[in-house]
Ligand binder design. Structure first.
Ligand code: BG6
Length: 304
């Protein structure tokens, strides 16, 4: 990873009582945000929100204690940005799963203290920063993170080139839950989903989602807000979205998590992914000069 001059970054972008840049684990450069509403951390490696915690609440996002924090390795925490393909590459298994955005060093475009007290950071990644052998198109990505009482994450994919490109992806959010076996997820009742652990069969969701085994599903044709009901933490996490017609729900459960080097043996108990996605048939074509915006707004409220 290219060395980052922390002092220069702070000189240009730190804002008193809002945002400062520090060296994080594995020497990742981290934006630390603290304002009247919440604390959050955002890694420049991958433009990844690693943590979000409104004051008075438990952490909302989950992170594995077994991350290597090594260049080239994705960090299993918070909100990895999957782009420009979701899951395995459609035709070349040598290319990294979930694309290259989550393992690329992004740069800071701007920071701001907003009028109502929230803090914003804007990050950028473009074709000149990445290997054209992975993705041969001209592109510019911006990730805008706004930390207030809610966390808003917007991924804007622009096409500055002369050729249209088509991509899939996700804001692959990991959430902290007290006990995966006790939570339920509302918002997808009646939706058709692709069951990724049953040979991609299409099935229909009946009622809220509950978890008794490995779960890896792409819910189709949905723009609905999802709610994670967590009785153990006495709270509901809400995930609203824009620019997305698919929602991915994932928990690796016991056997799969044991096959993942960066996943602790029992960690599956304490997490669930609800991903704001453009996956399966929901891929996006961006014409020259055009852009697409994928948005997730994450909130937490006490149980009703
Ligand atoms: C989910 C996929 O989005 O991400 C799963 O649906 C996958 O199939 C999971 O296992 C984690 O992927 P990775 O590449 O971060 O291990």
């Amino acid at each position: 990873m290219r060395p980052i001059d922390l002092e220069a970054l702070n000189d240009t972008f730190a804002i008193t009582d809002h945002i400062t840049f520090v060296a994080g684990p594995g020497d990742l450069t981290i934006a630390q945000i603290r304002n009247a509403f919440a604390t959050a951390t955002v890694s420049l490696y991958g433009a990844q929100v690693l943590a979000f915690q409104p004051h008075g609440h438990e952490p909302v996002l989950w992170g594995s204690a077994h991350n290597a924090y090594r260049p080239g390795k994705a960090v299993r925490a918070g909100i990895p940005v999957c782009w420009p393909w979701f899951g395995p590459h459609p035709s070349d298994s040598a290319k990294p799963a979930h694309g290259f955005a989550r393992t690329s060093p992004w740069s800071v475009l701007s920071t701001a203290a907003l009028a109502h007290g929230a803090t914003q950071i804007r990050l950028r990644l473009a074709d000149e920063d990445t290997d054209s052998a992975l993705w041969p198109y001209a592109f510019e990505l911006r990730l805008v993170v706004t930390v207030g009482a809610d966390l808003k994450v917007e991924l804007i994919a622009r096409n500055p080139g002369r050729t249209a490109y088509t991509y899939s992806g996700a804001l692959h959010s990991y959430f902290t839950v007290n006990d995966i076996a006790a939570i339920s997820i509302q918002g997808l009742d009646g939706c058709t989903y692709v069951d990724q652990i049953d040979e991609g069969r299409h099935k229909i969701q009946h009622g809220p989602i509950t978890f008794v085994s490995e779960t890896d599903r792409i819910y189709l044709n949905t723009t609905e807000k999802c709610v994670i009901e967590d009785p153990g933490l006495d709270r509901r996490i809400t995930i609203a979205k824009g620019g997305s017609h698919t929602t991915v729900v994932w928990n690796p459960w016991i056997e799969k998590s044991q096959r993942l080097a960066d996943f602790g043996r029992d960690e599956y108990h304490g997490m669930v992914c609800v991903e704001t996605a453009n996956a399966d048939g929901d891929s996006i074509t961006v014409a020259p000069g055009g852009e697409h915006r994928l948005t997730a707004i994450i909130g937490v409220e006490p149980k009703i």
